[in-house]
Design a protein. Structure first.
Length: 536
């Protein structure tokens, strides 16, 4: 180890932390920090640079050291030049690292052996130093340079040529060079079956819009590697993006059986089950999430809201009021995070509306519902929030409010009816009031007719007319289906006309999509780059 070297040990066991600290000191690490949890580890990594991180694989929260590795490399708090070791008592971890898109520099089985650790660390530093030019270029954000350097190492047929090829695939993917990434991945797979390469190839297919191929590949990976949880997450996201919410819940429940304490997955399952009409199952998952986390207000705003409703149903108004108060205080603390603050305030208002209805205070309920409804076009106002809002409207409906409530339902439904599944759930939320639910049907039929007419224009080669129609109505309604279709049509118009005004229009439409569609943004960048190259 070089002079001044530093390390971070992340492990829930004080005895293990001390033991690893002593071992690292024996092999020449000058400074070693410790963290008992992944959240504390993230905090340390954001504050300091370390030469090496040794992390336990399993944590009680359901997260793993592998999860943090993938998150840290993606978001940047774990720079490429920092070595990352997984330390675990589970011999089965070898099957996980075999498929992982981001693999650790090495992994060690407990109990640790000083001589073995020294040998592994020496090898990891040798690899890092050999490819330091690539890693430093990545750390500086010079990804094109990093690709060139990684390609040189790959073709050099040196000791770490396969590691260089893996880096090259990841870099091409991050740059949006999907065709090049796919070619390299297929070439590597022709030589050897590499599960990680099949996972990246599935993600390439997603980014290129081929969800059928991607889903087939992900399901095959799950069948062959049932313990690798990120594949379940990716597959659930694919299902959710296609509004196959029941399938997304099924995949998530499979993952929960493997990792029963994952707070994120438990919340995701709870929200999906509730949106699909199974509030009992939804509440059960959310309660498990709170027990796993230990902190109610660390949960998503919707989780807290649904648990407030559960407390109200049990007749515990005092507990419900306490949680509402806590939500409002947390919203004040989140003043620098607009979407988080807004969602906390919206859900606190919906909870207060329910309480007002319980007390027969109709004016108070109307005021809260109005506050939430008028935020229909803001970031963070999503389908689950619309469903929760409609359920409150369903209960408070009165004939003298029909016109006002109808106007709220109309604009919200125009935004949220992005497909038949979403439309059915919105109708179901207003099942007691045919007058309001009929507005959802009208909105859904209108959005579907715009999409159908635009598709007819595209088939008849009136691509620019379809682009204009989709973008105009999409920007008015903020409907994700129309905005995404408009961005795709603008992208095709860009390719045909080499006119960058279509790139600007596509970006404008995609900026309105909520949540952001990273796949389409990346694909648009890829198309725009090609047009710009052709124009120069």
């Amino acid at each position: 180890m070089s002079s001044g070297s530093s390390a971070l040990v992340i492990d829930p066991s004080p005895a293990v932390r001390m033991m690893m600290r002593n071992v690292l000191s024996e092999i020449g690490v000058d400074h070693c920090d410790i963290a008992p949890s992944l959240s504390e580890g993230r905090k340390r990594l954001r504050e300091h640079h370390y030469d090496i991180v040794l992390s336990e694989y399993n944590f009680e929260t359901g997260e793993s050291g592998q999860d943090m590795l993938e998150e840290g490399r993606k978001t940047g708090f774990l720079p490429p030049t920092t070595l990352y070791f997984i330390v675990t008592a589970e011999a089965s971890y070898g099957t996980v690292v075999n498929i992982a898109e981001e693999s650790p520099d090495d992994y060690l089985l407990k109990p640790l052996n000083t001589a073995d650790l020294a040998k592994r660390v020496e090898r990891a530093f040798a690899k890092r130093n050999l490819m330091l030019d690539v890693l430093q270029a990545m750390e500086q954000g010079k990804l094109e340079t990093a690709v060139k350097l990684a390609t040189q190492h790959m073709h050099g047929k040196g000791k770490f040529a396969r590691d260089a090829a893996r880096l090259c695939c990841q870099l091409l993917f991050r740059l949006g060079k999907y065709e090049e990434s796919a070619r390299l991945l297929k070439a590597l797979l022709a030589q050897k079956d590499l599960p990680w390469a099949r996972l990246v190839l599935a993600r390439v297919a997603i980014r290129m819009g081929d969800h059928v191929t991607a889903e087939a590949a992900l399901r095959e990976l799950i069948a062959q590697h049932p313990m690798y949880l990120p594949v379940y997450t990716q597959l659930a996201d694919v299902c959710k993006a296609q509004e196959r919410f029941a399938d997304a819940l099924d995949v998530t429940e499979q993952a929960i059986k493997i990792a029963p304490n994952s707070v994120k997955r438990l919340q995701f399952a709870g929200h999906l089950a509730t949106s699909l009409g199974d509030s009992e199952k939804g509440t059960a998952y959310l309660m498990r999430a709170v027990r796993s986390s230990g902190k109610l207000l660390d949960m998503d705003a919707r989780t807290v809201y649904l648990l407030i409703l559960a407390a109200q149903e049990k007749g515990d108004a005092k507990e419900a009021l306490s949680m509402i108060k806590q939500m409002k205080l947390k919203a004040q603390e989140a003043r620098d995070h607009l979407v988080i603050r807004s969602r906390l305030n919206w859900y606190a208002a919906l909870a207060e509306a329910w309480l007002s209805l319980e007390r027969r205070e109709m004016l108070g309920a109307i005021d809260k519902v109005k506050f939430v409804s008028e935020a229909w076009n803001e970031k963070g106002f999503d389908l689950p929030l619309a469903l929760d809002l409609f359920k409150v409207m369903d209960r408070m409906y009165a004939d003298d409010l029909a016109s006002t409530m109808g106007s709220w339902v109309h604009v919200i439904a125009l935004r949220m009816c992005a497909g038949k599944s979403a439309q059915d759930m919105l109708e179901s939320a207003l099942s007691a009031n045919q007058r309001l639910s009929s507005l959802v049907i009208e909105a859904g039929d209108y959005i579907a007719s715009v999409a159908k007419d635009s598709a007819r224009l595209m088939v008849s080669d009136a691509l620019e007319d379809a682009t204009d129609k989709l973008s105009m109505i999409g920007l008015q309604t903020k409907n994700n289906r129309l905005l995404i279709a408009a961005a795709n049509a603008a992208s095709r118009s860009l390719q045909r006309n080499n006119d960058l005004k279509y790139a600007a229009l596509a970006k404008q439409c995609l900026s309105m999509v909520d949540p952001p569609d990273e796949e389409l943004l990346a694909r648009l960048k890829w198309v725009t780059d090609k047009v710009e190259q052709a124009n120069t």
